[in-house]
Design a protein around this ligand. Structure first.
Ligand code: UDP
Length: 468
C-alpha cells in the first residue's frame, strides 16, 4: 500500500474535439503505462459528436485512466451563432472552470500535477489552490508553439492584419511564418478568436512548463531556439518538454470488416488514404475535382467522404461521426461504379490508425492535422498535404519544405479550387513516381528517429520530469 500512495497522480483536462481529446487520452495512457502514475482525465465533451462519444467510451473501457466527462456548459448566450470553432471552444473552456475546480476538489486521491490542453489555460490557476505544478499540453509542433508564445510580441510589432504583411513574420531562431500560413485565429484581428488566442498565448507562458508533441530530430532548430535563453528568456520562462511522438494506438476492431478484407487483398503500399481529420469538409466543387483527380490517377484509394460545405474548412468539428451522409449525391455521376474496383468510399468517420498501419496503404492525402501527421510518420506513410484550418498551413510547410515527406498543390486549398489534373498528378507523384519512392524512404528514416525519441534520453524522459 505504501508504494501505491507514493504514485504521482496527474489530472489532465481536455477540451472538446477529437484532435484535442485523442492526444490527451494517449498522453494519459503513456503516463500510466510507461511511468506508473495514476491519471484522471476530465473531458469536456462537445455533447454533439458521435465519434467523440465513441472515443471516450473506448478509452473508459481500457480502464487505464479514470475518465470523467464534464457536460458542456450552455454558451449560446455568450457566443454568436456563427462564431469560429476556436472561439466556441475557448468560451466553453472558460465556462467549465467552476465545474472543473469543484470536480478536482472531490477527487478521492489528491492530485500531484495538473496538465491542461492548450484550450484549458483558463483552469491553470486551479493548480495553485492545490499547491501543485501546472503544465500545458500542446498537441502540435514546436514551430506552432513558438508562433503562439511569440504572439504577444507580434501583436505589438505588427500594425495591420498579419495576412497583409509583405514578409514572413519573424519568430526568434525559427523559420518565419509567411502571411498566408498564419493560423486561423490570426486571420482577422477584430475577430473574437484572435483575442482568445492572444490571451491563451500569454497564459501558457506562465505555466510551469509546456509539453509539445514533437521530438528532437523532427524539429531540431526550433527546439534549440526555444531552449536558447538569449533568444526566448525574456519572452517565456516556461520550459519546453518535447514529449512526442504521442499517437493513437491501433486497437482490434470488430466493425469495418469489409474494409479490412478489401485492404488485405491490395498490393503492398498501393492504396492512398484520403481523409481530413475530425473537422475537415470540402466545398462541393472541390469535392468533385478531388473525385475526378482520384479517378483519373487510376490509383487505389480509400476516401472518407463528408457532406460538403459552402466553403472548405472545419465544418464537421462538432458533429463528426453522426453519419448523416448521402454520399452518392455529392460525387460525380457514376463515380462509385467506375471506381468500384480500385476505390472504397467511407461515410464520415473511419478507423484511421488501423488503416494507416495496414501494409497496403502507401500514401495519405491529409489535411495535416498534427495527430494525423504523426500517425502517418509512425506508419511510414508519405503525404499529400491539403491544409484546411487551424495551424495546418504551417504543418504543411513543415512537412513539404523542412521534412520533405509530403507534396502539395500549387494553390493553397483554402485559397481556391485545386483542379482535377493537378490532383491526378499529385497522386501519381506520391504513389507511382521515383519522387514518391524517395519521399517514402525519408518517412521511414523519420519513423526510426521517432522510435529513438522513446529511448531513455528522449520523450519518455521529458515526461518523467513533468511527473516529479
Ligand atoms: N480520426 C479517425 N477517423 C477519422 C478522422 C479522424 O480516427 O475518420 C482521428 C485521427 O486518427 C486523429 C484525429 O482523429 O487521431 C484527428 O486529429 P488531427 O489532429 O489529425 O485533426 P483534427 O481533427 O484536429 O483536425
Amino acid at each position: 500500500m505504501e508504494g501505491a500512495k507514493a504514485k504521482p497522480h496527474a489530472v489532465i483536462l481536455s477540451s472538446p474535439g477529437l484532435g484535442h481529446l485523442i492526444p490527451v487520452l494517449e498522453l494519459g495512457r503513456h503516463l500510466v503505462t510507461a511511468h506508473d502514475s495514476k491519471v484522471t482525465i476530465f473531458v469536456v465533451s462537445s455533447g454533439t459528436s458521435a465519434a467523440e462519444s465513441q472515443v471516450i467510451e473506448s478509452s473508459m473501457s481500457l480502464k487505464l485512466c479514470e475518465v470523467i466527462v464534464l457536460p458542456p456548459p450552455n454558451i449560446s448566450d455568450l457566443v454568436d451563432a456563427d462564431a469560429a470553432v476556436f472561439t466556441r471552444i475557448a468560451v466553453l473552456m472558460r465556462e467549465i472552470r467552476p465545474a472543473f475546480s469543484s470536480a478536482m476538489s472531490s477527487l478521492r486521491f489528491p492530485p500531484t500535477v495538473l496538465i491542461v490542453d492548450f484550450f484549458g489555460n483558463e483552469s491553470l490557476e486551479i493548480a495553485d489552490e492545490f499547491k501543485i505544478p501546472k503544465f500545458v499540453y500542446v498537441p502540435s509542433h514546436a514551430w506552432f508553439l513558438a508562433l503562439t508564445i511569440y504572439l504577444p510580441i507580434l501583436h505589438e510589432a505588427v500594425n495591420g492584419e498579419y495576412v497583409d504583411e509583405k514578409e514572413g513574420l519573424f519568430i526568434p531562431g525559427c523559420r518565419p511564418v509567411q502571411p498566408e500560413e498564419v493560423v486561423d485565429p490570426m486571420l482577422s484581428r477584430s475577430d473574437q478568436q484572435y483575442l482568445e488566442y492572444l490571451s491563451m498565448a500569454i497564459k501558457i507562458s506562465k505555466s510551469d512548463g509546456i509539453l509539445v508533441n514533437t521530438w528532437e530530430e523532427l524539429e531540431p532548430a526550433t527546439l534549440a531556439a526555444l531552449r536558447d535563453d538569449k533568444l526566448w528568456g525574456r519572452i517565456s520562462k516556461a520550459p519546453i518538454y518535447p514529449v512526442g511522438p504521442i499517437t493513437k494506438q491501433t486497437r482490434p476492431i470488430d466493425s469495418n470488416k469489409k474494409l479490412f478484407e478489401w485492404l488485405d487483398k491490395q498490393p503492398s503500399e498501393s492504396v492512398l488514404f484520403v481523409s481530413f481529420g475530425s473537422g475537415g469538409v470540402l466545398s462541393k466543387e472541390q469535392m468533385r475535382e478531388l473525385a475526378w483527380g482520384l479517378e483519373l490517377s487510376q490509383q487505389r484509394f480509400i476516401w472518407v467522404v463528408r457532406t460538403p460545405a459552402v466553403k472548405s474548412g472545419d465544418g464537421s468539428f462538432f458533429t463528426v461521426g453522426n453519419g448523416n451522409n448521402d454520399i452518392p449525391s455529392y460525387l460525380p455521376e457514376g463515380f462509385l461504379d467506375r471506381t468500384n474496383n480500385v476505390g472504397l468510399v467511407i461515410s464520415d468517420w473511419a478507423p484511421q490508425v488501423e488503416i494507416l498501419s495496414h501494409s497496403a496503404v502507401g500514401g495519405f492525402f491529409s489535411h495535416c492535422g498534427w495527430n494525423s501527421t504523426l500517425e502517418s510518420i509512425i506508419n511510414e506513410v508519405p503525404l499529400i498535404a491539403w491544409p484546411l484550418y487551424a495551424e495546418q498551413k504551417m504543418s504543411a510547410t513543415l512537412l513539404v519544405e523542412d521534412l520533405r515527406i509530403a507534396l502539395r498543390s500549387k494553390t493553397l486549398p483554402s485559397k481556391g479550387i485545386v483542379e482535377r489534373e493537378e490532383i491526378k498528378m499529385l497522386v501519381k507523384r506520391i504513389m507511382v513516381d521515383e519522387e514518391g519512392h524517395a519521399i517514402r524512404a525519408r518517412v521511414k528514416e523519420l519513423k526510426l528517429s521517432a522510435k529513438k525519441a522513446w529511448n531513455e534520453n528522449g520523450s519518455s524522459k521529458a515526461l518523467a520530469q513533468v511527473l516529479c
